[in-house]
Design a protein around this ligand. Structure first.
Ligand code: FES
Length: 148
């Protein structure tokens, strides 16, 4: 079986060697050591890294990715059907992220030309704030906003 050096793996996977060491330190990929204590990776690690990178783009944390990989029997590399099952489960999450970004984009329209950056009312400087739902600008100074 062909085994890859960390440099070769990094080049083929399109990631930095530091990322590979990091994924390995988090238990997402593994290597064997040569007699000279150098890392060697199985060819299948390429697919595993592709899986990790794609999952990160979807917004999954490394812990979540590790949990997903742990559902695979014997820690094997994800197959096409594994990928189908896992990616299907992530679809609602991606939809939610898209909705959130669209809401943020719509609020940005209100910020353009405003400039208040209010910690209480600006949806961009404080995106989780409920007050952002009430309107833009100084809503607490407006009669309709003061009663809320
Ligand atoms: S700058 Fe965002 S509401 Fe004023």
């Amino acid at each position: 079986m062909t085994q890859l050096t960390i440099g070769h793996l990094a080049e083929r996977a399109g990631v930095a060697t530091s990322a590979i060491r990091f994924y390995e330190s988090r238990g997402l990929i593994s290597s064997v050591r040569t007699a000279g204590n150098q890392r060697r990776y199985a060819q299948s690690t390429l697919r595993r890294i592709a899986f990790i990178r794609t999952a990160q783009r979807v917004g999954l944390s490394l812990d979540e990715i590790g949990a997903a990989l742990a559902t695979l029997p014997d820690g094997r590399t994800p197959t096409k059907s594994d990928w189908h099952r896992l990616s299907k489960a992530w679809r609602p999450r991606l939809d939610e992220q898209i909705e959130r970004i669209e809401r943020l984009r719509d609020r940005l329209d209100s910020c353009i030309g405003c400039g208040c950056l209010s910690l209480k009312t600006c949806a961009l400087s404080n995106p989780g704030d409920e007050a952002g739902e009430w309107g833009t600008g100084a809503v607490f100074l407006e009669p309709s906003g003061a009663d809320r």
